[in-house]
Write a protein that binds this ligand. Structure first.
Ligand SMILES: Nc1ncnc2c1ncn2[C@@H]1O[C@H](COP(=O)(O)OP(=O)(O)O)[C@@H](O)[C@H]1O
Ligand SMILES: [Mg+2]
Length: 311
Protein backbone atom coordinates (compact mmCIF):
# COMPACT_ATOMS: atom_id res chain seq x y z
CA UNK A 1 0.00 0.00 0.00
CA UNK A 2 2.62 2.54 1.07
CA UNK A 3 4.93 1.53 -1.77
CA UNK A 4 2.17 1.79 -4.30
CA UNK A 5 1.43 5.28 -2.99
CA UNK A 6 5.04 6.25 -3.53
CA UNK A 7 4.74 5.07 -7.12
CA UNK A 8 1.47 6.91 -7.51
CA UNK A 9 2.98 10.17 -6.24
CA UNK A 10 5.92 9.73 -8.59
CA UNK A 11 3.78 8.98 -11.60
CA UNK A 12 0.93 11.39 -11.02
CA UNK A 13 2.67 14.30 -9.29
CA UNK A 14 6.33 13.84 -10.28
CA UNK A 15 7.53 13.90 -6.70
CA UNK A 16 10.08 11.48 -5.27
CA UNK A 17 8.92 10.30 -1.89
CA UNK A 18 11.56 8.90 0.47
CA UNK A 19 9.19 8.15 3.35
CA UNK A 20 5.46 7.88 3.82
CA UNK A 21 3.55 7.26 7.05
CA UNK A 22 -0.10 7.07 8.08
CA UNK A 23 -1.42 10.02 10.04
CA UNK A 24 -4.36 10.63 12.28
CA UNK A 25 -6.95 11.62 9.69
CA UNK A 26 -10.47 12.91 9.98
CA UNK A 27 -13.78 11.14 9.75
CA UNK A 28 -14.01 11.00 6.00
CA UNK A 29 -10.68 9.87 4.66
CA UNK A 30 -7.32 8.28 5.41
CA UNK A 31 -4.36 10.60 5.79
CA UNK A 32 -0.63 10.21 5.13
CA UNK A 33 2.44 12.31 5.57
CA UNK A 34 4.78 11.94 2.61
CA UNK A 35 8.35 13.20 2.65
CA UNK A 36 10.45 14.15 -0.33
CA UNK A 37 13.96 15.56 -0.36
CA UNK A 38 12.79 19.11 -0.08
CA UNK A 39 9.48 19.05 1.77
CA UNK A 40 6.51 17.24 3.31
CA UNK A 41 3.14 16.57 1.75
CA UNK A 42 -0.26 15.65 3.13
CA UNK A 43 -2.11 12.95 1.20
CA UNK A 44 -5.83 12.48 1.71
CA UNK A 45 -7.29 9.18 0.51
CA UNK A 46 -11.00 8.56 0.20
CA UNK A 47 -11.37 4.79 0.08
CA UNK A 48 -13.78 3.45 -2.50
CA UNK A 49 -14.86 0.77 -0.04
CA UNK A 50 -16.53 3.41 2.13
CA UNK A 51 -20.14 4.31 1.53
CA UNK A 52 -19.53 7.99 2.22
CA UNK A 53 -16.84 8.40 -0.45
CA UNK A 54 -19.05 8.87 -3.50
CA UNK A 55 -20.95 11.73 -1.89
CA UNK A 56 -17.89 13.38 -0.36
CA UNK A 57 -15.85 13.37 -3.56
CA UNK A 58 -18.59 14.10 -6.08
CA UNK A 59 -17.85 17.82 -6.31
CA UNK A 60 -14.05 17.97 -6.11
CA UNK A 61 -13.66 19.12 -9.69
CA UNK A 62 -16.12 21.93 -9.13
CA UNK A 63 -15.20 23.23 -5.69
CA UNK A 64 -11.41 23.13 -5.97
CA UNK A 65 -11.28 25.66 -8.85
CA UNK A 66 -13.33 27.99 -6.67
CA UNK A 67 -11.02 27.81 -3.66
CA UNK A 68 -8.03 28.18 -5.96
CA UNK A 69 -9.66 31.28 -7.39
CA UNK A 70 -10.28 32.60 -3.87
CA UNK A 71 -6.57 32.29 -3.09
CA UNK A 72 -5.85 34.56 -6.07
CA UNK A 73 -8.71 36.99 -5.66
CA UNK A 74 -9.27 37.50 -1.96
CA UNK A 75 -7.42 38.02 1.28
CA UNK A 76 -7.56 34.28 1.90
CA UNK A 77 -4.15 33.46 0.44
CA UNK A 78 -2.18 31.44 2.97
CA UNK A 79 -5.29 31.02 5.11
CA UNK A 80 -7.01 28.17 3.32
CA UNK A 81 -5.60 24.86 2.22
CA UNK A 82 -5.77 24.08 -1.48
CA UNK A 83 -4.84 20.81 -3.21
CA UNK A 84 -1.88 20.56 -5.55
CA UNK A 85 -2.45 19.61 -9.18
CA UNK A 86 -1.49 16.33 -10.80
CA UNK A 87 0.81 16.31 -13.82
CA UNK A 88 -2.33 16.35 -15.96
CA UNK A 89 -3.64 19.43 -14.16
CA UNK A 90 -6.30 17.48 -12.24
CA UNK A 91 -7.48 18.18 -8.71
CA UNK A 92 -7.52 14.51 -7.72
CA UNK A 93 -6.17 11.16 -8.81
CA UNK A 94 -8.40 8.14 -8.88
CA UNK A 95 -7.65 4.42 -9.08
CA UNK A 96 -9.60 1.28 -8.19
CA UNK A 97 -8.85 1.70 -4.44
CA UNK A 98 -9.57 5.32 -3.89
CA UNK A 99 -9.51 8.99 -4.67
CA UNK A 100 -6.33 10.83 -3.76
CA UNK A 101 -5.72 14.50 -3.07
CA UNK A 102 -2.32 16.00 -2.39
CA UNK A 103 -1.61 19.08 -0.27
CA UNK A 104 1.39 20.91 1.08
CA UNK A 105 1.95 19.66 4.59
CA UNK A 106 0.96 22.23 7.19
CA UNK A 107 3.63 22.24 9.88
CA UNK A 108 1.46 23.05 12.80
CA UNK A 109 -1.32 22.02 15.10
CA UNK A 110 -4.96 21.25 14.69
CA UNK A 111 -7.05 23.26 17.15
CA UNK A 112 -9.37 20.29 17.69
CA UNK A 113 -10.85 20.25 21.20
CA UNK A 114 -9.03 23.34 22.38
CA UNK A 115 -10.31 26.90 22.45
CA UNK A 116 -8.92 29.68 20.28
CA UNK A 117 -6.76 32.31 21.93
CA UNK A 118 -7.33 36.00 21.27
CA UNK A 119 -5.06 36.24 18.27
CA UNK A 120 -6.52 33.08 16.77
CA UNK A 121 -10.04 34.39 17.29
CA UNK A 122 -9.20 37.52 15.30
CA UNK A 123 -7.73 35.45 12.48
CA UNK A 124 -10.70 33.10 12.44
CA UNK A 125 -13.13 36.03 12.30
CA UNK A 126 -11.15 37.57 9.43
CA UNK A 127 -11.25 34.36 7.38
CA UNK A 128 -15.01 33.93 7.68
CA UNK A 129 -15.73 37.61 7.11
CA UNK A 130 -13.65 37.49 3.94
CA UNK A 131 -15.19 34.25 2.66
CA UNK A 132 -18.71 35.64 3.01
CA UNK A 133 -17.88 38.58 0.74
CA UNK A 134 -18.27 36.24 -2.22
CA UNK A 135 -21.48 34.95 -3.71
CA UNK A 136 -23.10 33.88 -6.96
CA UNK A 137 -21.15 36.55 -8.88
CA UNK A 138 -17.92 34.50 -8.76
CA UNK A 139 -16.86 33.52 -12.30
CA UNK A 140 -17.94 29.90 -11.88
CA UNK A 141 -21.16 27.98 -12.20
CA UNK A 142 -22.62 27.85 -8.71
CA UNK A 143 -26.04 26.29 -9.23
CA UNK A 144 -24.69 22.89 -8.16
CA UNK A 145 -23.67 24.19 -4.74
CA UNK A 146 -26.65 26.37 -4.03
CA UNK A 147 -28.46 25.53 -0.82
CA UNK A 148 -31.71 23.70 -1.56
CA UNK A 149 -32.76 23.36 2.10
CA UNK A 150 -33.08 19.61 1.60
CA UNK A 151 -33.96 17.50 4.61
CA UNK A 152 -32.62 14.16 3.45
CA UNK A 153 -33.04 11.89 6.46
CA UNK A 154 -36.40 12.84 7.84
CA UNK A 155 -38.37 10.12 6.06
CA UNK A 156 -35.96 7.43 7.22
CA UNK A 157 -36.05 8.78 10.77
CA UNK A 158 -39.82 8.77 10.74
CA UNK A 159 -39.77 5.19 9.53
CA UNK A 160 -37.35 4.27 12.29
CA UNK A 161 -39.70 5.86 14.83
CA UNK A 162 -42.61 3.80 13.61
CA UNK A 163 -40.47 0.63 13.70
CA UNK A 164 -40.69 0.39 9.93
CA UNK A 165 -37.07 -0.22 8.92
CA UNK A 166 -36.48 -3.88 9.67
CA UNK A 167 -34.51 -5.27 12.59
CA UNK A 168 -33.65 -2.89 15.39
CA UNK A 169 -31.91 -3.93 18.62
CA UNK A 170 -34.26 -3.64 21.64
CA UNK A 171 -31.99 -1.17 23.34
CA UNK A 172 -32.13 1.16 20.34
CA UNK A 173 -35.88 0.74 19.98
CA UNK A 174 -36.40 1.73 23.63
CA UNK A 175 -34.11 4.71 23.25
CA UNK A 176 -35.99 6.01 20.22
CA UNK A 177 -39.32 5.43 21.92
CA UNK A 178 -38.19 7.55 24.87
CA UNK A 179 -37.47 10.47 22.55
CA UNK A 180 -40.31 9.94 20.11
CA UNK A 181 -42.08 13.19 20.88
CA UNK A 182 -39.15 15.63 20.65
CA UNK A 183 -37.79 13.75 17.64
CA UNK A 184 -40.99 13.88 15.64
CA UNK A 185 -41.50 17.50 16.66
CA UNK A 186 -38.04 18.39 15.41
CA UNK A 187 -38.60 16.52 12.15
CA UNK A 188 -41.80 18.47 11.53
CA UNK A 189 -40.15 21.74 12.47
CA UNK A 190 -37.23 21.18 10.10
CA UNK A 191 -39.58 20.28 7.27
CA UNK A 192 -41.66 23.38 7.87
CA UNK A 193 -38.57 25.61 8.01
CA UNK A 194 -37.26 23.99 4.85
CA UNK A 195 -40.38 24.99 2.94
CA UNK A 196 -40.41 28.51 4.28
CA UNK A 197 -36.73 29.04 3.46
CA UNK A 198 -37.16 27.57 -0.03
CA UNK A 199 -39.92 30.07 -0.70
CA UNK A 200 -38.01 33.02 0.77
CA UNK A 201 -35.36 34.81 -1.25
CA UNK A 202 -32.48 34.63 1.19
CA UNK A 203 -29.20 36.28 0.40
CA UNK A 204 -26.50 33.69 -0.16
CA UNK A 205 -22.72 33.67 0.15
CA UNK A 206 -19.88 31.18 -0.06
CA UNK A 207 -19.95 29.12 3.14
CA UNK A 208 -17.56 26.46 4.44
CA UNK A 209 -20.41 24.69 6.33
CA UNK A 210 -18.17 22.57 8.59
CA UNK A 211 -16.43 25.09 10.81
CA UNK A 212 -15.46 22.93 13.77
CA UNK A 213 -11.91 23.23 15.07
CA UNK A 214 -10.74 19.89 13.64
CA UNK A 215 -10.86 21.78 10.37
CA UNK A 216 -8.77 24.63 11.75
CA UNK A 217 -4.99 24.43 11.94
CA UNK A 218 -2.34 26.83 13.07
CA UNK A 219 0.95 27.01 11.23
CA UNK A 220 3.79 27.02 13.74
CA UNK A 221 6.15 29.50 12.12
CA UNK A 222 3.78 32.17 10.91
CA UNK A 223 1.19 31.49 13.66
CA UNK A 224 -1.35 31.84 10.85
CA UNK A 225 -4.65 30.01 11.22
CA UNK A 226 -5.56 27.88 8.21
CA UNK A 227 -9.05 26.67 7.39
CA UNK A 228 -8.96 23.21 5.81
CA UNK A 229 -11.37 20.57 4.51
CA UNK A 230 -13.42 22.46 1.94
CA UNK A 231 -15.53 19.67 0.58
CA UNK A 232 -18.67 21.20 2.11
CA UNK A 233 -18.32 24.49 0.21
CA UNK A 234 -21.76 25.88 -0.55
CA UNK A 235 -23.60 28.93 -1.70
CA UNK A 236 -25.92 29.32 1.26
CA UNK A 237 -27.37 31.75 3.77
CA UNK A 238 -24.42 32.62 6.02
CA UNK A 239 -26.22 31.03 8.96
CA UNK A 240 -24.82 27.77 7.53
CA UNK A 241 -21.53 28.97 9.04
CA UNK A 242 -22.95 31.09 11.87
CA UNK A 243 -24.35 27.95 13.49
CA UNK A 244 -20.79 27.08 14.49
CA UNK A 245 -20.16 30.52 15.99
CA UNK A 246 -23.28 31.64 17.83
CA UNK A 247 -22.39 29.75 21.00
CA UNK A 248 -18.77 30.86 21.10
CA UNK A 249 -17.67 33.32 23.79
CA UNK A 250 -16.35 35.63 21.07
CA UNK A 251 -19.57 35.80 19.05
CA UNK A 252 -20.27 39.44 19.92
CA UNK A 253 -16.76 40.38 18.92
CA UNK A 254 -17.33 38.41 15.74
CA UNK A 255 -20.49 40.38 14.90
CA UNK A 256 -18.80 43.72 15.54
CA UNK A 257 -15.96 42.96 13.18
CA UNK A 258 -18.17 41.18 10.66
CA UNK A 259 -20.44 44.23 10.35
CA UNK A 260 -17.54 46.42 9.22
CA UNK A 261 -17.61 44.39 6.02
CA UNK A 262 -21.18 43.12 6.07
CA UNK A 263 -22.99 46.28 7.13
CA UNK A 264 -26.29 45.81 8.94
CA UNK A 265 -25.96 42.05 9.07
CA UNK A 266 -28.56 40.52 11.33
CA UNK A 267 -28.90 36.84 12.02
CA UNK A 268 -31.75 35.23 10.14
CA UNK A 269 -33.10 33.27 13.06
CA UNK A 270 -35.18 30.85 11.00
CA UNK A 271 -32.21 29.94 8.83
CA UNK A 272 -30.08 29.50 11.94
CA UNK A 273 -32.65 27.26 13.58
CA UNK A 274 -32.97 25.27 10.37
CA UNK A 275 -29.24 24.58 10.22
CA UNK A 276 -28.97 23.72 13.90
CA UNK A 277 -31.88 21.31 13.85
CA UNK A 278 -31.02 19.79 10.50
CA UNK A 279 -27.52 19.04 11.73
CA UNK A 280 -28.93 17.35 14.82
CA UNK A 281 -31.18 15.18 12.69
CA UNK A 282 -28.31 14.32 10.36
CA UNK A 283 -26.12 13.26 13.28
CA UNK A 284 -28.93 11.26 14.82
CA UNK A 285 -29.55 9.48 11.54
CA UNK A 286 -25.86 8.73 11.05
CA UNK A 287 -25.46 7.24 14.52
CA UNK A 288 -28.65 5.28 14.14
CA UNK A 289 -27.53 3.99 10.75
CA UNK A 290 -24.27 2.80 12.29
CA UNK A 291 -26.12 1.01 15.08
CA UNK A 292 -28.48 -0.63 12.62
CA UNK A 293 -26.17 -1.57 9.80
CA UNK A 294 -22.61 -1.47 11.09
CA UNK A 295 -20.73 -2.49 14.21
CA UNK A 296 -22.66 -2.19 17.49
CA UNK A 297 -20.44 0.29 19.28
CA UNK A 298 -21.19 1.29 22.84
CA UNK A 299 -19.76 4.70 21.96
CA UNK A 300 -22.20 5.09 19.10
CA UNK A 301 -25.10 4.33 21.43
CA UNK A 302 -23.89 6.98 23.87
CA UNK A 303 -23.40 9.51 21.08
CA UNK A 304 -26.90 8.86 19.84
CA UNK A 305 -28.29 9.31 23.34
CA UNK A 306 -26.46 12.61 23.68
CA UNK A 307 -27.84 13.93 20.39
CA UNK A 308 -31.38 12.90 21.29
CA UNK A 309 -31.06 14.73 24.59
CA UNK A 310 -30.04 17.85 22.70
CA UNK A 311 -33.30 17.94 20.68
N1 LIG B 1 -2.36 19.96 4.76
C1 LIG B 1 -2.32 19.37 5.95
N2 LIG B 1 -1.15 19.25 6.63
C2 LIG B 1 -1.10 18.62 7.82
N3 LIG B 1 -2.15 18.09 8.45
C3 LIG B 1 -3.37 18.17 7.83
C4 LIG B 1 -3.51 18.80 6.56
N4 LIG B 1 -4.82 18.74 6.20
C5 LIG B 1 -5.44 18.08 7.19
N5 LIG B 1 -4.60 17.73 8.18
C6 LIG B 1 -4.94 16.97 9.43
O1 LIG B 1 -5.76 15.88 9.08
C7 LIG B 1 -7.04 15.97 9.71
C8 LIG B 1 -8.12 15.51 8.73
O2 LIG B 1 -8.10 16.32 7.56
P1 LIG B 1 -9.46 16.79 6.89
O3 LIG B 1 -9.11 17.43 5.59
O4 LIG B 1 -10.25 17.60 7.85
O5 LIG B 1 -10.15 15.37 6.61
P2 LIG B 1 -11.64 14.84 6.85
O6 LIG B 1 -12.40 15.22 5.60
O7 LIG B 1 -11.45 13.37 6.97
O8 LIG B 1 -12.20 15.50 8.07
C9 LIG B 1 -7.18 17.41 10.15
O9 LIG B 1 -7.97 17.52 11.32
C10 LIG B 1 -5.74 17.82 10.40
O10 LIG B 1 -5.36 17.41 11.71
MG1 LIG C 1 -12.21 17.52 8.56
Amino acid sequence: MLDSMKTLLKEQYSINISAIAPQQGGWAALAYKATSESKHYFVKVYEKSRASTAKLTAHIDRYVPIIRWLVQNSQLEGKISVPLLTNDGCYKYEDEHGIYMLYDYIEGETIGDRELNGKQVRQFIAIITELHRFGAEIPFASGWMKEQFDVPYTDLLQKALSGDIGYMPDEVRRLLAAYELPLSRTINKVKELSQRLQAGELKMALCHTDLHYWNVMQQVKSEQLILIDWEGLKLAPVEADMMFLVDKPYFNEFLNVYRHTHADYEIHSEALLFYQKRRLLEDIWEFLEQLLYEEQGEHTFNYLTKELKAL
